[in-house]
Design a protein around this ligand. Structure first.
Ligand SMILES: C[S@@+](CC[C@H](N)C(=O)[O-])C[C@H]1O[C@@H](n2cnc3c(N)ncnc32)[C@H](O)[C@@H]1O
Length: 234
């Protein structure tokens, strides 16, 4: 194994506890973790992590020397799991703040936002809601030149994401991608299968097996000022 990959693997060693209600890491979360571990985007930076789950990325962000991490979850119980796992795996956790918050509805400005947005089970009429919400509103939580880092499946339409990021003032880069077979619950959800069938390059079907492509996207928010005549909140 190359030294760089060995260092990544070391960073990714962690003991994660979880309860029945917690979201345990899937290939999406694992790819995002691998991608973050392979390059340090957060040292001395202030980071907002949305939907921290079992803390698999929070632990990494702390180990990589983030100056401050705000980790959010949708319920207190899930956030308690995040906190327990961070405390179990990191010796220095004083600069981690835990907030129950509905996605971007939280305070502050950050250098980096990290997320594995719900998609297949987003529970929203627009299944892309959490991805689109990031693209439209993360600028309210990012500092100028800040970085939005998230993982997305081809089923959620990578071309649409690229276009919308550019429209909203981001310069996106794909850090890493991988292909993997569908999980059973995709195939069991008829509406889901119908929706993704109209996404161009949304999946591949080979020898009777469906595959999705996962991409980790890092999008830099290009500095921009609205004209003086723009309608802005006071
Ligand atoms: C796809 S999981 C990712 C979990 C973890 N970050 C990972 O990658 O393994 C999405 C996480 O977002 C949380 N979540 C769902 N809706 C949310 C919301 N409106 N605001 C904040 N977090 C939310 C879920 O509880 C879940 O832990």
């Amino acid at each position: 194994m190359e030294p760089r990959e060995a260092a990544s693997q070391e960073l990714l060693k962690m003991q994660l506890g979880s309860g029945d209600d917690d979201w345990t890491p899937t290939p999406h979360g694992r790819l995002l973790a691998h991608s973050l571990a392979g390059r340090n985007l957060v040292a001395d930076r202030e980071v907002l992590e949305l939907g921290a789950g079992v803390g698999n990325h929070t632990i990494l962000l702390v180990r990589q020397g983030a100056k401050r991490v705000v980790a959010t979850e949708i319920t207190k119980s899930r956030l308690d799991t995040t906190r327990r796992n961070v405390e179990r795996n990191c010796s220095r956790t004083g600069h981690v703040e835990y907030r129950v918050a509905d996605w971007l509805q939280t305070d502050g400005r950050f250098d980096v936002i990290v997320a594995n947005p719900p998609f297949a089970q987003s529970g929203k009429r627009n299944r892309r809601y959490f991805i689109d919400s990031l693209i439209l509103d993360a600028h309210k939580r990012l500092r100028e030149g800040g970085l939005l880092v998230f993982v997305q499946s081809s089923m959620a339409d990578l071309a649409k994401t690229r276009i919308r990021l550019a429209e909203n003032g981001y310069e996106p880069e794909v850090l890493e991608s991988t292909q993997g077979p569908f999980r059973d619950y995709y195939l069991a959800d008829e509406t889901f299968m119908q929706e993704i069938s109209s996404v161009e390059n949304g999946f591949e079907l080979r020898d009777g097996v469906y595959y999705e492509t996962l991409c980790v996207i890092a999008a830099r928010l290009v500095p921009w000022s609205p004209p003086a005549t723009a309608h802005l909140p006071p």
